[in-house]
Design a protein around this ligand. Structure first.
Ligand code: AMP
Length: 419
């Protein structure tokens, strides 16, 4: 497989798919440029070699062209970070885009307008009437799939090589994230540095496991984590289930959970997961105590209770100190750690203690030689909140992509390069 390090971009035009889907305020200022910074090593390597770059990305979920989701708002910042003038083509399929791409000289960069202004990027029909018949839906789908080929081919025609550095969208078989790769031979398509790091990190927790392996699964709902929990059951030694999910398990075992979060229709499933863990010899660890609140608020009155003895009118919003010690012991004895999802409502300072304790334990284990991967939505916000991001082995930029990879699914964006 071609790698970015081994590739000499001198005189080449590279189509680089990045994830510049950054948050913007109402004046179109970037409020968090992490994703842009994450792509810089790849972009800089290409420029340093003497190559030129055509940047493709999406921004938001537009239904068609709209100023709100225009990538022109971020071009200036990319320019600043790269230290070169960055050009912009305000329609990724236009003659202007083709001409500007063709004219790129070594060291030059062109940002294409939001690829998702075209339905072909995602390959999903748009503008279907609510009462569209199945036939109409099928015909619209077929039409967009047809035009998607031309769209993809045109994007590919701008460049000599393809670099995918957008891990966040690697689980989507979109035109620019996967389909485009077929227009480049194996020697001219590769992962960018960010993507390489993500793939390596995922492989470490899936295929190169140092034991004991502990997964910490937190967050609010069992239903959204089921597949990953089931998949991990075949791999982990310890499975810490925490956050709001705890109470569905407690209720299933006959505990009193007051007003705590609970998915009534998942009680059997919780019991089933516990049974499976037992059969597979997995140590399933649940919190024993909780910080409980009399309302869902940072101003709530707080007290401690056993996780299965929460009084009426109260709800568990964080794990308690006994559970912090219990979890920390398991984490500290681990050699591979995967952390997805907080232990409590960490957005409220009063209920951030449990997640912080987990973060500190993961950092401590990492210091002692464990490999720790933190990722998926809120866990990243969590390690950032506690200033622990540089004390774990790897913080993934992928939400859905990371979870699907860990579920054991082959991600289209990865497969398109590897195959
Ligand atoms: P998820 O998106 O499923 O990873 O869930 C993350 C969210 O779960 C965060 O916004 C937390 O505030 C929330 N959460 C964690 N623990 C609890 C809890 N005990 N009760 C209610 N929400 C929780």
């Amino acid at each position: 497989m071609q790698t970015i390090d081994n590739y000499n971009f001198a005189g080449k035009k590279a189509f680089v798919r990045v994830d510049f889907n950054v948050p913007l305020d109402e004046n179109f200022n970037i409020t968090d440029d992490t994703r842009i910074r994450a792509a810089l090593p790849t972009l800089k390597k290409i420029l340093k070699d003497g190559g030129s770059i055509i940047i493709g990305s999406h921004l938001g979920r537009p239904k068609g062209p709209t100023d709100k989701f225009s990538l022109k708002h971020i071009t200036g910042h990319v320019s600043e970070l790269l230290g070169v003038d960055v050009q912009f083509a305000n329609d990724c399929m236009s003659e202007e885009a083709a001409v500007k791409a063709a004219a790129l000289q070594p060291g030059e960069v062109l940002v294409l307008e939001n690829l998702r202004f075209y339905a072909e990027e995602e390959g999903k029909p748009r503008g279907l009437a609510d009462d569209a018949t199945d036939e109409e839906k099928a015909a619209a789908k077929k039409a967009v799939k047809e035009s998607q080929k031309e769209f993809t081919k045109k994007l590919a025609s701008y460049a000599d090589c393809y670099v995918n550095d957008a891990f966040g969208t690697a689980h989507r078989a979109h035109a620019s994230t996967a389909l485009i790769a077929q227009y480049f031979d194996v020697n001219n398509k590769m992962f960018g540095y960010l993507m390489e790091k993500e793939v390596t990190a995922v492989n470490k927790v899936l295929n190169d496991i140092k034991r004991p392996f502990t997964a910490i699964m937190g967050g609010s709902k069992v239903s959204s984590k089921i597949e990953i929990i089931e998949n991990l059951m075949d791999k982990v030694d310890n499975l810490i289930i925490t956050g709001g999910m705890t109470f569905t398990f407690e209720k299933a075992m006959g505990g009193q959970i007051g007003l705590s979060l609970c998915e009534e229709d998942k009680l059997d499933l919780a019991l089933d997961l516990m049974k499976k863990a037992k059969e597979k010899g997995v140590n399933l660890v649940l919190a024993t105590d909780a910080r409980i609140a009399d309302k869902f608020s940072n101003d709530a009155n707080v007290k401690l209770a056993e996780s299965n003895e929460i009084p009426d009118g109260w709800q568990g919003l964080d794990i308690g100190p006994k559970s912090e010690v219990l979890f920390a012991k398991v984490i500290n004895e681990s050699k591979t750690i995967l952390w997805n999802g907080p232990a409590g409502v960490f957005e409220f300072d009063k209920f951030a203690e449990g997640s912080k304790a987990i973060g500190l334990a993961v950092a401590e284990a990492t210091k002692n030689g464990a490999f720790s991967l933190v990722g998926g939505g809120d866990s990243v916000a969590c390690v950032n909140k506690f200033g622990l991001a540089d004390q774990v082995s790897y913080v993934s930029t992928g939400g859905g992509a990371l979870l699907e990879a860990i579920e054991g699914k082959k991600l289209p964006g990865i497969a398109a390069i590897e195959e």
